[in-house]
Design a protein around this ligand. Sequence first.
Ligand SMILES: Nc1ncnc2c1ncn2[C@@H]1O[C@H](COP(=O)(O)OP(=O)(O)OP(=O)(O)O)[C@@H](O)[C@H]1O
Ligand SMILES: Nc1ncnc2c1ncn2[C@@H]1O[C@H](COP(=O)(O)OP(=O)(O)OP(=O)(O)O)[C@@H](O)[C@H]1O
Ligand SMILES: [Mg+2]
Ligand SMILES: [Mg+2]
Lengths: 225, 225
Amino acid sequence: LISMRNIWKTYQMGEEELHALRGVSFDVQRGEYVAIIGPSGSGKSTLMNLIGCLDTPSQGHYWINGKLASDMNDDELARIRNKEIGFVFQTFNLLARATALHNVELPLIYAGIGATERHETAKRSLASVELADRMMHKPNELSGGQRQRVAIARALVNHPSLLLADEPTGALDSKTSFEIMNLFERLHAEGNTIIVVTHEHDIAERAHRVISIRDGKIDKDDRIR
Amino acid sequence: LISMRNIWKTYQMGEEELHALRGVSFDVQRGEYVAIIGPSGSGKSTLMNLIGCLDTPSQGHYWINGKLASDMNDDELARIRNKEIGFVFQTFNLLARATALHNVELPLIYAGIGATERHETAKRSLASVELADRMMHKPNELSGGQRQRVAIARALVNHPSLLLADEPTGALDSKTSFEIMNLFERLHAEGNTIIVVTHEHDIAERAHRVISIRDGKIDKDDRIR
Ligand SMILES: Nc1ncnc2c1ncn2[C@@H]1O[C@H](COP(=O)(O)OP(=O)(O)OP(=O)(O)O)[C@@H](O)[C@H]1O
Ligand SMILES: Nc1ncnc2c1ncn2[C@@H]1O[C@H](COP(=O)(O)OP(=O)(O)OP(=O)(O)O)[C@@H](O)[C@H]1O
Ligand SMILES: [Mg+2]
Ligand SMILES: [Mg+2]
């Protein structure tokens, strides 16, 4: 499903070059459940943004579904991002002026789903993260963990074949984290692919494979189940 | 130092009332180290904002330093917020267009510290959270955990007598979390007061007292050291 070869991501900081990723290569097959771990600043979110086609590498090649991402036009990229991929961002990225419900409806709007079905599906997605009673709240009327759950509900609402979750339980208590991981495992059991960035060991050990990143490079890549 | 009696915080949602806090009462003495735990949405951040004088209760009384917060004028409140209290926000609240260094200098600017000393002090605070080499980055040029550390450095830079930290290690790996907790304990050992909201048990058990919040009420209040 995903193939990266010799990926570099470099930022120009005035005179200096900062290499966030330094020659990363790996494959992920359809249906895998991968955890990405590593210290703060090691390059995990940068890598996730490349996988999700939200950013482009400075060097190297990235194939998704057998096609080079750099060969895709804007329509193809938009379709992949909105229909195939569900992305839980580390900083949630919710629309500040829209309700939780409308935020969760967004991917369904891109998918061309009609208003009534969209409403119902978004409601169900919010119910699955225990936020049915907060649907009409805007992000600034929600707690940190509630916003994170809206971001999760939005990522799952399209039933994505590839779920990219960047620290999806950072703001959640252990009971809620457990419920979210159960949701992810249900999605995975249906044959979908899951890549989770996490700092938490109990989250990482529920994956089938753990890739460890350090200073922009892959440091370990172990099958654990 | 802090005294709350029968504190309520109520939001009007159209026709309905949402009670985020429902009659909270407790005291914190100078020099205590308190952890506040509780499920997502239970009222922890709401409580922290009241303690930090960033918000006012709908009902009840709040004394800080023996004086009713509702009796204070804007100058007194500003002085307390900028000189006495260090606040690590759950959502960091960094200035997006300022560098990490400038963000950390902000409390020193309010304290009237001159430019050279301010620069040095802010640099040292960033070094204490291992971000000396990221001083000139703006928040969107930093990783999630790096932003959290800038927020921590800013909260500590004024050597506050009251540190309020709302989930200060949510975006950090365990090694970095450990280092941050050591910083907090050094501050506490110097006689300062610390109140930390956390979802993580290893963080909570380093405090001397754990207050558990559920549905806007205090559910338990235990001395653990
Ligand atoms: N726009 C940018 N300009 C310059 N440097 C950047 C930029 N974005 C990220 N970086 C740097 O790239 C490195 C990797 O960042 P990234 O966000 O991928 O880390 P991370 O592994 O997700 O960390 P965390 O666990 O803290 O979220 C960091 O050291 C960061 O400072
Ligand atoms: N402006 C607001 N309007 C309406 N409801 C609000 C508002 N702000 C917060 N709430 C509600 O008040 C409750 C408490 O929120 P608070 O942010 O204090 O929770 P929390 O304990 O910090 O949660 P978390 O662990 O998820 O950060 C939540 O259920 C939230 O939906
Ligand atoms: Mg990150
Ligand atoms: Mg909170």
